[in-house]
Design a protein. Structure first.
Length: 360
């Protein structure tokens, strides 16, 4: 008999970031399996902000229930597991954790940046840390998408529960032909929410160091937090013609911009996984990235790595990649080969095995 399990599907409905991507694609991949009976917990007041089809062979449970009411419902016997169809395993995929009644719990920790450097999240860091520690204490198993995040879980959370590393996939990326968004004009691309950890300030400083004529820099990223100064700098750079900033960009448009970019620049100070560079590699777009453990793990020898937070090093790395045709082609080749090892069916298979293990 298929095992009834539930995913917290609210990130898939509400978040255009990597966390939402993980929830949507894991649900799609699990829905293709016959050893799980998949239920999606979507109860919330907010309207869906991301176009997200409900996969076949799944049940979406979605009523306008405010999140603050969930603890009260749990005390009345209606935990999130009951509200999701009475499942045996409930998988927390966000940093807001709907309380369950009886189900066994699996927790995905995408990253612990708010513990590595609380200034990256400002006042929200303390609440994130408190909620995540409490959730980790209740979970049977903690899942991370990278060995680097697993190490952070052990060191920063100090938790002794089992930690399983299950990478996400890359084969959700559409690879069919599309029209060039700038009619053939060269540009480099950066993708990421405008927030301190993504290092947009270093990126702009590096871009100003490039010799003219430099390509256009296109930045895709919604306004996040702690970002008033960098938003001002982005707007100023836009007025100067250095940057085109796209704060609202759906998946189809973002993938089109990515497919035709000369390179992806990814200067993050820290990541838990890194969907944009993985998606770039899947499309054969070379990547210049910060030399940090999670991205080394993700990219191996298929990225051009530079010192994190150093605008001179970043400018040098971009210049080398754009000016060296052999390097550009080689990184594109390696990137495709590397990305092809990240498959959602493997991710789903590992999760399904884990759910059965936890349920037993």
């Amino acid at each position: 008999m298929p095992l009834p399990i539930a995913l917290d599907h609210r990130p898939a409905l509400l978040s255009p970031t990597g966390l939402g991507r993980a929830a949507r694609e894991l649900a799609r991949a699990l829905a293709q399996r016959d050893d799980v009976d998949l239920h999606l917990f979507g109860h919330c007041l907010a309207r869906a902000r991301v176009a997200c089809e409900v996969p076949t062979n799944t049940t979406l449970h979605r009523l306008p229930i405010p999140g603050r009411v969930l603890p009260l419902l749990r005390r009345c016997g209606l935990g999130a597991d009951v509200l999701a169809g009475g499942v045996r395993v409930f998988h927390w995929l966000d940093y807001v954790f709907p309380p369950v009644r009886r189900a066994r719990l699996v927790l995905t920790v995408h990253d612990l940046a708010f513990l590595r450097d609380p200034s990256w999240h400002g006042p929200a860091a303390a609440g994130l840390a408190e909620r995540t520690r409490a959730a980790a204490a209740l979970a049977e198993v903690i899942v991370t998408p990278s060995r680097a995040t697993a190490s952070d879980v052990r060191q920063l959370l100090g938790d002794t529960r089992p930690v399983r590393v299950i990478p996400f996939g890359a084969d959700h990326v559409p690879t069919g032909p599309t029209t060039h968004p700038l009619g053939g004009r060269d540009y480099a691309l950066a993708i990421g929410t405008i927030e301190p950890r993504k290092n947009h300030r270093t990126l702009l400083a590096a871009w100003r160091r490039l010799r003219s004529p430099r390509p256009l820099l296109v930045v895709i990223g919604r306004v996040g937090w702690q970002c008033a100064a960098i938003v001002q700098e982005l707007r100023q750079a836009g007025d100067e013609g250095l940057v085109r900033w796209l704060p609202d960009c759906d998946d189809a448009a973002a993938f089109r911009w990515l497919q035709h970019a000369r390179c992806l620049v990814f200067p993050s100070a820290w990541e838990g996984f890194g969907f944009p560079p993985l998606e770039a590699m899947q499309l054969g777009v070379p990547v210049v990235a910060s030399d940090i453990a999670p991205l080394r793990e993700l990219g191996a020898d298929a990225m051009q790595f530079v010192a994190a937070g150093d605008p001179d090093a970043l400018a040098d790395g971009i210049t080398r990649l754009l000016g060296d045709t052999t390097l550009h082609h080689e990184l594109a080749r390696r990137g495709r080969a590397r990305a092809n090892t990240f498959r959602w069916r493997d991710c789903a298979a590992a999760h399904a095995a884990l759910y059965h293990e936890v349920a037993s």
